[in-house]
Design a binder for this molecule. Structure first.
Ligand SMILES: Nc1ncnc2c1ncn2[C@@H]1O[C@H](COP(=O)(O)OP(=O)(O)OP(=O)(O)O)[C@@H](O)[C@H]1O
Ligand SMILES: [Mg+2]
Length: 256
């Protein structure tokens, strides 16, 4: 590898001048940043600034109005549909609610994407499901229904399902919302463990400061007023050194 190549970070995702919104409403514009492979990357900003909307565009659900999203160096939204779908299988998503089917056991929930998208046999699928549930600390409870387990366990089951197809990148929308502090901390530890052991790039939307400082390698701060990003960087460094008042206020709980 040449010196020049070593200096180039290895990006899992890059945004180039991305603008997005709904109908006449512009949500965010001029978004240009990279998410390094193997990082825990935080998308932060006040309520309604557009974090979930950005996630929709990065996970293939909402076309940007402008700009490019590069996933593995392919321009996601410029690809024909037939090429976009397989690329998006590298991306796992854990939605806020966990999004499990309540009428299915945890085993069946995690098996679903494997049945849909792979040619694995039933026995192979069972082995993968057991492995994924064990990975998130839910070995042995796969026969239970989502309604029979705690909120923290449901979130972890959601992680297992999002990881069913071995994604390179895993997105979390407010993973700790609705969890008690201990369960939230366990989920953070799980994110760090999976990132370290599997090398999965983690993109986490959260406004939980403890979590941001504990798990975030890098971050982008979105602003609702100006409809664009104010800064990127390591959250602890931004807290201690950012000169931008909004960013300081957010990361210091209102103290400047
Ligand atoms: N489906 C939609 N159609 C129209 N407008 C929408 C839609 N979803 C969100 N919006 C608007 O887009 C803006 C950004 O919403 P978004 O949900 O992305 O914000 P957020 O940063 O995730 O907020 P929160 O922290 O509350 O989850 C908001 O003004 C919201 O009202
Ligand atoms: Mg949101």
């Amino acid at each position: 590898m040449t010196a020049v190549e070593q200096d180039q970070p290895d990006f899992a995702i890059r945004l180039e001048q991305v603008a997005l919104g709904y109908g006449d409403t512009l949500v965010q514009q001029d978004l240009s940043f990279g998410i390094r492979r193997g990082d825990v990357f935080i998308i932060m900003g006040g309520s309604g600034c557009g974090k979930s909307t950005v996630m929709r565009t990065l996970t293939g659900l909402l076309a940007p109005r402008q700009g490019r999203v590069l996933l593995r160096d392919a321009s996601l939204w410029e690809l024909p549909e037939a090429h976009r779908a397989p690329l998006l299988r590298q991306v796992g998503v854990m939605y806020q609610s966990g999004a499990l089917w309540s009428s299915m056991t945890l085993n069946e929930n995690v098996a679903l994407p494997l049945e849909q998208y792979t040619r694995l046999t039933a026995a192979q699928i069972r082995a993968v499901v057991d492995y994924k549930l064990a990975l998130v600390g839910l070995a042995g409870v796969g026969g239970l229904y989502p309604g029979q387990i705690s909120g923290g366990m449901r979130k972890r089951a959601g992680v297992a399902r999002a990881m069913a197809l071995d994604p390179d990148i895993l997105f979390f929308d407010e993973p700790s919302a609705g969890l008690d502090p201990l369960s939230a901390r366990r989920l953070d530890d799980l994110i760090l463990e999976l990132c370290a052991s599997l090398g999965t790039t983690m993109v986490v939307i959260t406004h939980d400061l403890d979590s941001i400082f504990l798990i975030g390698d890098d971050a982008v701060f979105l602003d609702a007023e100006t409809h664009t990003m104010l800064t990127t960087g390591n959250p602890r460094q931004l807290r201690d050194h950012s000169k931008i008042p909004e960013v300081r206020a957010f990361l210091r709980r209102g103290e400047s």
